[in-house]
Write a protein that binds this ligand. Structure first.
Ligand SMILES: Cc1cc2nc3c(=O)[nH]c(=O)nc-3n(C[C@H](O)[C@H](O)[C@H](O)COP(=O)(O)OP(=O)(O)OC[C@H]3O[C@@H](n4cnc5c(N)ncnc54)[C@H](O)[C@@H]3O)c2cc1C
Length: 413
């Protein structure tokens, strides 16, 4: 008897690796095709919410993440101009959620390494690096296939495009320009840096700076003192121009106004910023997940968080189909639910997260007018009033509305 066709997963980014791992833990054959020869080392996601940790736990990698990462204490919003760096609002991360999961910080390439190591132990999983998908077969085919650069056709039970923002699978399914939404007129620069000057000021583990011109974010991402500094810059500048502007940006933004000899810049990556979502995440046996299906700006860390929730739900669908508990129609429900959550939760919240950093005349106006700041200020005042009645004077992070959706409720049996 011939062996069953694998589920083809295109792209060994975090979403492709996680989906491959979740499925192969149940001995479902998966073939992961990645165009590069190794995992991507660029500075991108670093913070994973307690809710995302449910999926990492199901994949059996949460203990490694907790031991290699750390638990950020909270997040604040600050001024850049005098009084320098003072806090506007601070919210604490709860020690853990009601299920015992907690937000963890770990740079993406280290998370990728954990997943790759685990995947290599699974006998029904195969990863092929240096394997670029350039085309797909007919959507109507019973067994979908992809075409590789050398012309080889690889067949699968399903094809899952986890191939990121520029997804070839999305373009071949729906056309080159099919990605509703917009590109911001600003761009961002993500850097990883060692700088002792952060330790001398009473920074929180993560903070956003509200400033019309030099809006940015500073977050500790490793216990050894590695920080992520992500800042906004003028849209349309070339890589070289952005690189030239970086020392002056750091001089203005960082405590102590350092010159380049005072810090060690280990990564520098400009990104265009988008808010986009496809109108369909499924066509026949082809599906799109995570960045291949939707994008948002990274302020507030909702990009991969949404992708992980896609993957958790898709895993439940594919597991149900594999076990005979559901048919293909469950994938339409998944498509509908995931896009709905992006439009109602991820897009508006991530948009506000970015705009509140620069759209007001300054931090004072932001505190007066921004609905989130007004809400947090009120909560802070209430806590202060209650102080003395045994209540604590800090505010807990109100967290995000749920991004996960349990697909097992749509199993037929
Ligand atoms: C500065 C920054 C900070 C961020 N911080 C956070 C954060 O804290 N929390 C958060 O949730 N999100 C964050 N994000 C977003 C997050 O990094 C992305 O959402 C996430 O990396 C998307 O993962 P993915 O697997 O969908 O795609 P990708 O990571 O882009 O992976 C896609 C993979 O597919 C491969 N591929 C592409 N085309 C092909 C092809 N034709 N054939 C074979 N392989 C192919 C690529 O080589 C790549 O390995 C941040 C993003 C940025 C830019």
């Amino acid at each position: 008897m011939s062996s069953p066709l694998p589920i083809l997963i295109i792209g060994a980014g975090p979403s492709g690796l996680l989906l491959s791992l979740l499925l192969s833990r149940h001995k479902i054959p998966v073939l992961l095709l990645e165009q590069s020869h190794s995992l991507n080392p660029q500075p991108r996601a670093s913070h994973y919410t307690a809710e995302s940790c449910i999926e990492f736990s199901r994949a059996g990698i949460l203990p490694q993440m907790y031991s290699q990462g750390f638990f950020p204490n909270g997040v604040s919003w600050r001024r850049l101009n005098p009084p320098h760096f003072s806090r506007l609002i601070k919210i604490n991360n709860p020690v853990s959620d009601e299920n015992g999961f907690k937000m963890v910080c770990l740079p993406l390439h280290r998370l990728g390494q954990i997943m790759e190591d685990e995947l290599k132990k699974e006998e029904t999983a195969e990863i092929r690096y240096g394997t670029k998908v350039i085309d797909i077969g007919e959507v109507e085919e019973e067994n979908p296939y992809v075409v590789l650069e050398d012309g080889e056709r690889v067949k699968g039970r399903y094809v899952i495009g986890c191939d990121g923002a520029g997804s070839r699978i999305r373009k071949r399914l729906f056309g080159e320009d099919y990605f509703s939404g917009y590109t911001w007129d600003k761009q961002i620069v993500a850097t990883n840096v060692y700088y002792g000057g952060f330790e001398g000021v009473a920074y929180d583990d993560s903070q956003f700076f509200v400033d019309g011109e030099h809006w940015h974010m500073v977050a500790k991402i490793q216990e050894d003192g590695l920080y992520r500094v992500t800042y906004g810059d003028i849209g349309g500048l070339s890589y070289e121009d952005l690189k030239k502007r970086q020392p002056e940006k750091f001089r203005i933004m960082l405590p102590g106004h350092p010159t380049p000899d005072k810090y060690r810049l280990v990564n520098f990556s400009p990104y265009k910023v988008h808010q986009r979502c496809v109108d369909k995440m499924r066509k026949g046996k082809f599906l799109l997940a995570a960045d291949a299906a939707h994008l948002c700006n990274p302020f507030g860390g909702m990009g991969l968080t949404g992708g992980i929730a896609d993957v958790g739900g898709l895993y439940e669908c594919l597991l149900g189909i594999h076990a005979g508990l559901a048919d293909d129609s469950i994938l339409d429900k998944w498509d509908e639910v995931r896009r709905d959550i992006w439009h109602k939760v991820i897009n508006p919240i991530s948009t506000d997260n970015l705009k509140r950093l620069y759209q007001y005349s300054g931090p004072d106006e932001a505190m007066e007018k921004d609905p989130f700041f007004i809400m947090m200020k009120k909560a802070e005042e209430k806590e202060k009033e209650m102080n003395g009645t045994g209540k604590k004077e800090e505010q807990d992070n109100p967290g995000l509305p749920p991004l996960r959706y349990d697909m097992t409720q749509h199993y037929a049996k």
